[in-house]
Design a binder for this molecule. Structure first.
Ligand SMILES: *[C@@H]1O[C@H](CO)[C@@H](O)[C@H](O)[C@H]1NC(C)=O
Ligand SMILES: *[C@@H]1O[C@H](CO)[C@@H](O)[C@H](O)[C@H]1NC(C)=O
Length: 279
């Protein structure tokens, strides 16, 4: 697949987290997002033809079109942090509501707890950095949800858009791509090959964020207000809305209104009390 040719749009923004770098504006031509490897690491060959997104043959959380191996632990942590910061900043800019879910929400929750504990002390910026509501150290993915109107908006206007960000750590900048699964218009859970509606992809490392849509389920036996995702998750809308505003990895983020009840339902009470990592 020649990805370069498939890039109709280019959206350019610049990003700085407390940084002083001038905006870097340039056209994302075909050379800025390209296949770096001749070997097919995409995993496409082993997937059913109706599956749109492919996970690499070397790791389920990497896109094999952009990398042929995983990063080491420290590098991966850094890349994930940049991934989530650029994602949240972009969606804030676009005005697209998105909220943290699953393991990512759990990571936020645990770090909030750590921060609360620290509240008795003077919080230095160093300590703040340590407890800045973070991705859990062993996680290699990030999960977020959007509403159905949002996925229509993204699919219509921003598919395959490339966003260029420079940060103090990556002064030369890096391209992130938003790719929307054309099967997002299929609302049914029976479309099991396409439960991920969109991805935010680091075109340097191949790491990505899975974006799933929470859709109102008009035929749910529990009646009005139930929402379903194609991956099988179901919840009442009052668990999600109104979204709460928080901070995640130093960037403004949103979380479900009844976040604790959601986490308890998904992971059980022990996920909120056990302090020893248990798979
Ligand atoms: C996004 O673009 C890719 C590449 O052109 C295309 O295969 C895919 O169907 C598009 N998705 C949507 C939602 O249009
Ligand atoms: C609605 O909920 C039912 C019951 O869980 C489920 O079988 C069905 O797939 C859902 N529909 C959609 C569009 O998600």
């Amino acid at each position: 697949m020649h990805l370069g040719r498939l890039l109709p749009a280019c959206i350019l923004t610049s990003f700085s987290l407390g940084a002083v770098l001038p905006p870097q504006i340039r056209d994302a031509d075909s050379s800025s997002v390209r296949l770096k490897h001749l070997k097919d690491m995409s995993g496409k060959a082993g997937d059913p033809p109706e599956k749109y997104f492919h996970e690499s043959i070397f790791h389920p959380h990497y896109d094999g079109r952009f990398a042929e191996t995983t990063l080491d632990y420290i590098e991966q942590k850094r890349a994930l942090k940049n991934l989530v910061q650029t994602f949240l900043a972009t969606f804030n800019d676009l005005g697209v509501e998105t909220w943290l879910v699953h393991g990512t929400l759990l990571g936020w929750w645990w770090n909030k707890k750590a921060r609360r504990k620290a509240n008795g002390c003077v919080i230095t910026s160093f300590y703040q950095e340590l407890t800045d509501q973070k991705i859990m150290p062993w996680d290699s993915d990030i999960d977020v949800q959007v509403s159905e109107p949002s996925i229509f908006f993204l699919g219509t206007y921003y598919n395959m858009s490339v966003f260029h960000y420079a940060t103090p750590r990556i002064p030369e900048g890096r391209d992130y791509m938003l790719e929307v699964n054309p099967h997002y218009v299929n609302r049914e859970q029976t479309d099991t090959m396409n439960v991920i509606d969109a991805r935010w992809i680091d075109t340097e490392s191949g790491l990505f964020i899975d974006i799933t849509t929470a859709r109102y389920n008009l035929t749910h036996p529990q009646g009005e207000g139930m929402m379903s995702c194609k991956d099988g998750h179901e919840f009442r809308d009052t668990y999600i809305f109104p979204l709460r505003t928080t901070v995640f990895e130093g960037v403004s983020a949103k979380i479900p209104y009844r976040y604790e009840a959601l986490l308890r339902a998904e992971y059980g009470e022990s996920a909120l009390t056990e302090t020893v990592f248990n798979k």
